[in-house]
Structures are given as structure tokens and as C-alpha cells.
Design a protein. Structure first.
Lengths: 448, 460
């Protein structure tokens, strides 16, 4: 047995047949009607991502969580060739990673392994994606795990407030759905409906494949073609983009016995592909630094004040802070936003942020998985994976005037949510029409 | 003759040259890693990695919780925050942050049990500017009372965020019970009162004790050339004065006492939407049993295999959603711990199964030779994954530098491959089998009433 590891070590050091004819430039190809994007990695690892487009658009609110459970079942409930244990044991032998995620705009099913192990891991990956068994006993186990993980996520205040904010902001809309689902819904999902759901979304019209690794083009093409032949064709997915523009500022709160209070704000932002997009990215990055400086450095109000722009089918501006002084925080926030809307950012700030943005682009390309994420996101959201490479030049074209204009345009009415001690906050500061909350009866968490 | 003399001359000259440059013996290092020790004692490692055109620089200091008695609990951490506040060249935080923006920098710092580190990532053409910026912050900090008054609640806020998380509450309580009187030496986040009453004078005490080149390492990693990077490091950090003493000899760390009996506790907290359980043992440390630290990692990896008895009993049978088993290598007693998210309906069965598993660790047949090889195979591949992201390499390396040695870091993957079944059994027998531990569960009131853990979560 020991020889196996020695052999692996020797093979890894030698030049690899898999990569001997790999291309050095990124390229795309179409296999069985599915776009496949390949980017070289110049390292010993390979990352493959199959994307199922649609995300929360694929299921109704009363079934939220079904896609996440289906994706988890692919690796946890056996395949036509392996039961769950056999599948996982084979992966363990080569430290292969096969797993998936369901997100707002798409689901991913991923492979990551050392290139020399690709021939062992790929058949497992392909089987799981195309021929999952959905074994009933294993399904009941992972359904209970999914319920436990929903509770686990609720225990983390940062996750909990993010979910709460989305529920309040997007009530009745697609983005109000939580890909993890709710305890009540997930606990009742059956194996049959989950299997049926998976079958309904697994069609070539919804797929995209991204590969980051130094692998021979012909070998890759053969493997992917064989896998895709097992998947039915389907109509091209038509992504529905929905802008978020709250008509007024609002404030909602929920009482929780925490050592501090969490506040999150959501408002609209430019949709992918619009002219404002890149300028707003820069504006929010600069704003994030200023927000940090004013809230943390100058006023000592929070450890990790955050502000960011999340582009997607519904783009959002997000602000988050944990603080024991929520009212003081809001005053600092308002002063900063008013000043920026009045005076604008400076040319130097925009110039510096462009440099910082370039660093962050490279920083996100340090690993194959991160590079694959960037390619997936640009292809799904912009229909242009090459933007992942050209973004540095595009960002440099943005002007100061554009940055100032978009900040004024989008930083408007904010949907605020609050989690913690309601007695500490004056809702009227957040939403001028709100009434004060009743006095709290919160007691601190008990520690033995 | 001439040739022989010439060869001898070259050899002697080479030895002399090496002594002049470093004056110290070279540690073993992986390919593309280069090391120098400057005359002031500052170790410098340059790692050439051109995956992306960035450079990451990190300075790590042998400071952290292990240097803190109760009156300083959390102040290494506060010191780390103050690093980013003000210094002679950037006298307030606005100017400090503006400089990070000019350099397009991603930056942060962390404080652990045995290390405090500061790291910047930027475009590789800013290496000199980045090193100068690091030098200003490291050597010429300014501690103003008013700055500290603003920063104390920020650090306290970090603590409050942690306290809002049930996993942290459980972890914190387990640490208190494991380390007893010396708990502060394992608690980087610190104590509320000490943090809120910290003064510039206390910051200077930390600086004067630990912030010296001979207690630090500088790592430069990325799309850089080692000759040029060493030159810059020497030029910029060469005038940093050696302390004239070894801080860890002058201010010795007290020895942690072994646990004498197992200790169980139940914490009821409304913020625990789902229960968590943690079990912790005092494991090996680098100073006293470095071989066991290596065996410990192989055993933890083995326990994580899907085929292991641990995973099959707890995860496959649906008793827990996850059941992590880990060891953390440290210079002063590394913990071995299990962190479990039990299925709430099966807390009792889960706890009993964990106790059964631990009791069986040392029994023949608990693991197979094949599983040991699988674990080693995973650790071999982990090295490829661990070195994939250039900006993360300095932090990984300095963890080992602080708690073990650079040789340990370099040899670790090879040493994993040399671990035998007997090594693993010796580790289990010495640190886990029939050894006292601390066990805690955090649960909300409703589940506590329903599942009554007090009845069975205790010493039998």
C-alpha cells in the first residue's frame, strides 16, 4: 500500500501526460450544445465546475431548499456504480473533492483534485452528476443534516441577519427565497420530489462548464462529451433580471439575546451589463474604506463594519455592522453618505481604488477554484467570461464623474434590519416614519 | 596541485562567505524558498512564486496569548490592532489607510496563541514601498491615549461578536476548564476589563519585551526575485536594533499543568439554535514530543476518512451532522479536540458513541494499515493544495516558525509519510487513552428541557 503514495509522488514530479499537450491560453468550445470554458492553471491541480443556471428562479418559495438538498444528494446518496460509502472511499484515496452548492442565481457541482488523479475522480464526478441514485435511507440522513445546518446557520448572527435582510427586502420576489430553505420546508421534502426536481433542472440548456487546469484538450473534450450525452437537451435558460429600488427607507427588527447588536441595510445597485456597473463597483469599494474609517477608526463603533456591492440577477448594495451603539452608528453613516453625495469622491481616491481593484482581481485568481468562480460569474451574469481577464482594463476606463454620479443614483432608500436588543435602537433614525419599539426584556446569554 | 589548492581555497572561501552573510546555519527549505538571517537577528525568507504579479509580505512575532498573564490578557491582540493606527511616518489612521490605498494593498493582522502577524499583499512593483510601510508600522508605532480609547471598544466589539456565537461560547468555556490558572495564556481574544482599561504604557511594555528583529521573521512571497528582495530587506530593516536578550528566556512561559480529572459541563443559551458538543485533551507539544505531533496529524486525518470507525459510527449512522477531530501543533501543549454538531434527537446516543469510540482508539483493529496509507496520501496531496495560493503561504509557514521550526515545516510532508502504526498507537496511549478531558455541550432552553443532557453528560 505504501508504494501507492511513493508512486504518486514520483508521477507528480514527472511531466504529466495529461498536461503534455495542454494549451497555454484560455479558450472556449461547445460540446453537445454546452459552452465549455477552459483556463490553464500552470499548477498540479485541476478544478471543474458544472453550472446549472437559474438558482432561485428554478423553484417556488414553498420548495426553497430543494435544489440545495438535491445537489447534496448527488454525493451523499450513491450513484449507479457506487453506494455512498464506496463513492466517498474512492475519493478519500486520492483526496478528491466533489461537492456542490445551490446559490441565488445558479447551482454549481465541482471537482477539485491533483491532475494525476483526474482519471480516478472524473468518473465519480460524472456518475454523481448524471446518474445519482437518491437512496432513500441516505436521503433521510442528509435531510436531517440539512435541517441541522439551517439551525447552525441561524446560530451565526452574521448569517442570520443576512437571511433576515433578504427576507424583508425582497418579500414576494425571487430573491426572498433562501437556497438553504427553511426548517419547516426542508424537513418535509421527499426523496421523490427532490429527484424529480433535479431531473427537471438537469438539461443541457441550463448548463455551463468551466475547467481550470493544464489538461489536454482532446482528453477533456472526450470526457465531457461522454458525460453530456447522458444529459437531455433543453431550452436555453433565459435569466430574469429584477432591479431592486425601495420606494422609502424602512426599519424592521427582531429581538435576540446577543452580546452586541447587528444591523444590515440593503438597497439597489446596477445590474450586470449596464453602463453603471463598473463605476459603482469602484464607488462602493471607496465607500467601504471610508465607512470603515469613520465607523471603526474615528468613532470606535464596530469591529468589522462592512459595505459592499453584490452584482447578480438582483444587484444589491449591502451595509453591515455590529455595534452596541446603533443610534450613534446611524448618525455617523448619514453624515458620511450626505458628505459624499454633496462633495463627491476625489480623483486621487478613484485612482488609488483602481490600483486596489487590480490587486483584488489577481488576489482572486491565485487558486484554480477562485479563478473558476470568476469565469463562471462573468459568463452567467455578463455572458462574457473574458471579462474575468479584461476587467482590469475596463475598470481603468471609469471616470471620477461616473463614480460620483452612480453613488448619488443608487445610494438611496435603504431597507434596514436589526437583530439584538430593541431598547438600544431608535427606529426613527433609520426610517423617519417608524415608531419607537417597546422597551426590551432581553436578558444576556447564560454562561455556566 | 594547483587545482587542489584552488578547490580547497574555494571551499574555505565559500564557508567564510556563508559565515559572513548569515553567521547562522541554513534551515532546510522547499525549492524556491530562500533564507537569510540578518546581523540584527531578523530571519528573512523569500519565496519565489509567479502565479500572479503580486507580492505578499508578512512579519510574524513570537508574541500572543502565551506571553500574557491575567493583567495583560488580550493586549497582544490590542497591540496588533494599534499597529494599523499610527506611526512616525503615517501619524494618524486616515493617513495610514490612505497609504494602503495608494499601494492598492490588501492587509490584515492576526493574534494567536503563539504568534502575532501582519501581512500586506500588493502589486509586485510596490515591493520596496510595501516593505518601507511595514517598517514604519513595525518599528515606529505611536500610541495615543485618545486613539486607544477609540480602539479599545473595537477590540471589545470583536469579542462581543464572538460571544454572540454559540460555538465560540462553548469553545471559550472548554478552554477555561482545560487550561485552568493559565487560561489567559491560551486566550488571544483576551479579557473585557483588561482591554477596556489598556494604556499606551502597557503597549510599550509589550513592544519592549517582544518586538525585536531577533524575535521576528519577515517573509516575502510572490512574483519577486530573491536577490533583490534580500537587498531591500537588509536596506530597510538592517537598522532595527537587536534586543540584546532572548525574550523567551528573559520572560519564560510557565508550564501548563496536566488535567487531573475529566470535567463535564452543560451551558444553556438561547442563541444555540442547534446544540454543539466539544471534547478536549491536552496533546503533545513540539518541545517535548515532536514525533507525536506528526503522528497526531496522521491520526486526525485517518479519523476524518469516510471509512473510519469514527465517521461511520457518527455520520453514517446519522448521530451527528459533522464530527471534527483535530490536533493543533504548538510549542506549549497543543490541544486535541473533537467538535460535534449532534443530531438534536440523538444527543445521548451521540455522546455515548463518542465515549465508546475514544475508548476504542487504542484497540487493535480500530484502524487498518490501508487507512494509514490513505491518510498519508491525503497529507501528501494537502501540501500541493496548501501551497496553491501564494498569498497564504507566509502565514502557514510562520505558524510553524513560531510554534516549531522552519525545518519542521519543510520536513512535515515527508515526516507524515514515515509515521508508523506504532507511532500512532504511542500517541494515542500517551495523550488520549484513559486520559482526562474536558467535555462541554451548549444547548438552548427548549432542547435542554426535552433532551436533559445533565442526566448523561457527566462523569460515569
Amino acid at each position: 500500500m505504501k508504494n501507492r503514495n511513493i508512486l504518486f509522488f514520483i508521477i507528480s514530479l514527472c511531466s504529466l501526460s495529461l498536461q503534455s499537450v495542454a494549451q497555454s491560453e484560455p479558450y472556449e468550445m461547445t460540446i453537445e450544445g454546452v459552452k465549455v470554458i477552459v483556463h490553464p492553471s500552470h499548477n498540479q491541480l485541476i478544478s471543474v465546475v458544472t453550472v446549472i443556471k437559474g438558482g432561485v428562479q428554478n423553484y417556488p418559495a414553498e420548495k426553497q431548499g430543494i435544489e440545495g438538498l438535491a445537489i447534496r444528494a448527488l454525493t451523499e446518496c450513491g450513484t449507479v456504480n457506487d453506494d455512498k460509502n464506496s463513492f466517498k472511499d474512492k475519493l478519500d484515496k486520492v483526496s478528491g473533492q466533489v461537492y456542490g452548492n445551490s446559490m441565488m442565481d445558479y447551482a454549481t457541482f465541482r471537482l477539485n483534485c491533483v491532475l494525476t488523479d483526474f482519471d480516478i475522480v472524473w468518473p465519480l464526478y460524472s456518475d454523481a452528476l448524471t446518474s445519482p441514485k437518491f437512496d432513500q435511507k441516505e436521503f433521510l440522513r442528509i435531510r436531517q443534516d440539512a435541517v441541522n445546518m439551517i439551525r447552525d446557520s441561524e446560530s451565526d448572527p452574521q448569517n442570520a441577519i443576512d437571511k433576515y435582510a433578504k427576507k424583508v427586502a425582497f418579500r414576494g420576489k425571487n430573491y426572498a427565497k433562501d437556497p438553504d430553505g427553511t426548517e419547516a420546508i426542508v424537513a418535509k421534502l421527499t426523496v421523490d420530489e427532490t429527484k424529480k426536481y433535479y431531473k427537471s433542472v438537469l438539461n443541457r440548456g441550463k448548463l455551463l462548464i468551466v475547467v481550470v487546469g493544464d489538461i489536454d484538450r482532446n482528453l477533456l473534450q472526450e470526457n465531457i462529451a461522454a458525460m453530456l450525452k447522458k444529459i437531455p437537451a433543453g431550452p436555453a435558460f433565459n435569466n430574469k433580471k429584477e432591479a431592486y429600488a425601495p420606494a422609502k427607507a424602512t426599519f424592521s427588527s427582531t429581538k435576540k439575546d446577543l452580546a452586541t447588536n447587528y444591523i444590515q441595510g440593503i438597497t439597489g445597485a446596477p445590474l450586470p451589463g449596464t453602463a453603471d456597473y463598473n463605476a459603482y463597483q469602484l464607488a462602493m469599494n471607496i465607500f467601504s474604506n471610508k465607512h470603515f474609517l469613520d465607523v471603526r477608526s474615528k468613532n470606535g463603533l464596530s469591529y468589522a463594519p462592512g459595505a459592499w456591492f453584490a452584482g447578480g440577477s438582483t444587484s444589491t448594495t449591502n451595509i453591515i455592522v455590529s455595534t452596541t451603539e446603533p443610534d450613534k452608528y446611524k448618525k455617523v453613516f448619514d453624515t458620511l453618505v450626505s458628505k459624499l453625495k454633496k462633495d463627491g469622491f476625489t480623483a486621487e481616491e478613484v485612482k488609488n481604488e483602481k490600483a486596489g481593484y487590480v490587486t483584488s482581481v489577481y488576489y482572486r485568481q491565485e487558486t484554480n477554484d477562485a479563478q473558476a468562480n470568476s469565469l463562471v460569474n462573468n459568463e452567467v451574469q455578463f455572458g462574457n467570461w473574458k471579462r474575468s481577464i479584461t476587467i482590469k482594463e475596463e475598470i481603468n476606463k471609469v471616470t471620477l464623474e461616473q463614480v460620483n454620479a452612480v453613488f448619488k443614483k443608487y445610494m438611496g432608500n435603504i431597507t434596514w434590519v436589526y437583530m439584538g436588543n430593541p431598547a438600544k435602537v431608535n427606529p426613527a433614525l433609520y426610517a423617519p416614519t417608524s415608531k419607537p419599539l417597546p422597551k426590551s426584556t432581553v436578558t444576556p446569554a447564560k454562561k455556566n | 596541485m594547483h587545482n587542489k589548492q584552488s578547490t580547497m581555497y574555494k571551499l574555505i572561501y565559500s564557508i567564510f562567505l556563508l559565515a559572513t552573510i548569515s553567521g547562522f546555519s541554513q534551515p532546510r527549505l522547499p525549492e524556491n524558498y530562500y533564507w537569510q538571517k540578518m546581523d540584527n537577528g531578523l530571519e528573512v525568507v523569500v519565496i519565489e512564486n509567479n502565479k500572479v504579479p503580486l507580492a505578499t509580505i508578512e512579519i510574524a512575532v513570537k508574541n500572543g496569548a502565551y506571553t500574557e498573564g491575567p493583567e495583560f490578557s488580550g493586549l497582544s491582540h490590542l497591540f496588533e490592532h494599534m499597529f494599523f493606527k499610527a506611526n512616525n511616518d503615517y501619524p494618524d489612521q486616515e493617513k495610514f489607510i490612505r497609504r494602503t490605498e495608494e499601494l492598492g494593498m490588501i492587509f490584515n493582522g492576526t493574534t494567536g496563541e503563539e504568534k502575532v502577524n501582519y501581512y500586506f499583499t500588493f502589486n509586485n512593483d510596490s515591493l520596496e514601498a510595501g516593505l518601507k510601510f511595514m517598517n514604519s508600522a513595525m518599528r515606529f508605532p505611536i500610541y495615543r491615549k485618545e486613539d486607544m480609547e477609540k480602539e479599545n471598544p473595537v477590540v471589545d466589539g470583536e469579542f462581543q461578536r464572538a460571544e454572540s456565537n454559540p460555538q465560540f461560547l462553548l469553545y471559550f468555556e472548554v478552554q477555561k476548564k482545560t487550561w485552568g490558572d493559565l487560561f489567559t495564556r491560551k486566550n488571544p481574544i483576551g479579557d473585557h476589563v483588561i482591554i477596556n482599561t489598556a494604556t499606551p504604557e502597557k503597549m510599550m511594555i509589550i513592544k519592549d519585551k517582544y518586538y525585536y528583529p531577533n524575535n521576528s521573521i519577515l517573509v516575502i512571497c510572490g512574483d519577486v526575485k530573491h536577490e533583490a528582495a534580500f537587498q531591500l530587506a537588509n536596506k530597510i530593516f538592517g537598522s532595527w536594533k537587536h534586543s540584546g536578550f532572548d525574550p523567551h528566556q528573559k520572560y519564560p512561559i510557565p508550564e501548563f499543568k496536566p488535567l487531573t480529572k475529566s470535567d463535564y459541563f452543560v451551558t444553556v443559551s438561547s442563541i444555540a439554535a442547534t446544540p454543539y458538543m466539544m471534547y478536549q485533551w491536552e496533546g503533545p507539544d513540539y518541545r517535548n514530543d515532536s514525533a507525536a505531533t506528526v503522528a497526531a496529524d496522521v491520526f486526525s486525518t485517518l479519523v476524518g476518512l469516510n471509512s473510519s470507525k469514527w465517521q461511520q459510527a457518527l455520520i453514517d449512522k446519522g448521530l451527528a451532522t459533522y464530527a471534527i477531530f483535530q490536533y493543533q501543533v504548538l510549542k506549549y501543549v497543543g490541544p486535541v479536540y473533537a467538535f460535534i454538531a449532534p443530531n438534536p434527537d440523538k444527543i445521548k446516543e451521540c455522546h455515548e458513541e463518542i465515549m465508546k469510540q475514544v475508548a476504542e482508539f487504542s484497540k487493535p483493529g480500530y484502524f487498518t494499515a490501508g487507512q494509514i496509507e490513505d491518510a498519508k496520501g491525503i497529507l501528501l496531496r494537502n501540501q500541493i493544495r496548501n501551497t496553491e495560493k501564494p498569498s497564504s503561504i507566509p502565514n502557514q509557514m510562520t505558524n510553524y516558525w513560531a510554534s516549531t521550526s522552519l525545518d519542521y515545516y519543510t520536513d512535515l510532508t515527508k515526516n507524515y509519510q514515515n509515521v508508523t502504526e506504532a507511532d500512532i498507537r504511542r500517541y494515542i496511549d500517551k495523550y488520549l487513552n484513559n486520559k482526562p478531558f474536558v467535555a462541554g455541550i451548549i444547548i438552548n432552553e427548549e432542547m435542554n428541557k426535552k433532551y436533559k443532557p445533565e442526566a448523561y453528560f457527566k462523569q460515569k
